[in-house]
Unconditional design. Structure first.
Length: 70
């Protein structure tokens, strides 16, 4: 299974981290692995729902800078 890493602009505090986490967790079937506040990145399994996750992050008010499949 492919993992994806998403770089996020504007995620700078624990409140931001919580908003991004809640936005992603609201998507059925997503397995959130880690949110790295220092690097402003999210790592997760299931690259199949990449577009849905990116849309949820944007809807939460953050800019997606890059998406990598690892």
């Amino acid at each position: 299974m492919n993992r994806i890493k998403i770089s996020i602009k504007g995620m700078s505090c624990s409140h931001c981290e919580m908003r991004v986490s809640n936005a992603i967790k609201s998507i059925e079937g997503i397995s959130l692995e880690k949110i790295d506040l220092t690097a402003a990145e999210v790592s997760m399994q299931d690259a199949k729902q990449e577009e849905t996750v990116v849309a949820a992050i944007k809807a939460a008010g953050y800019e997606v800078v890059a998406v990598q499949t690892v």
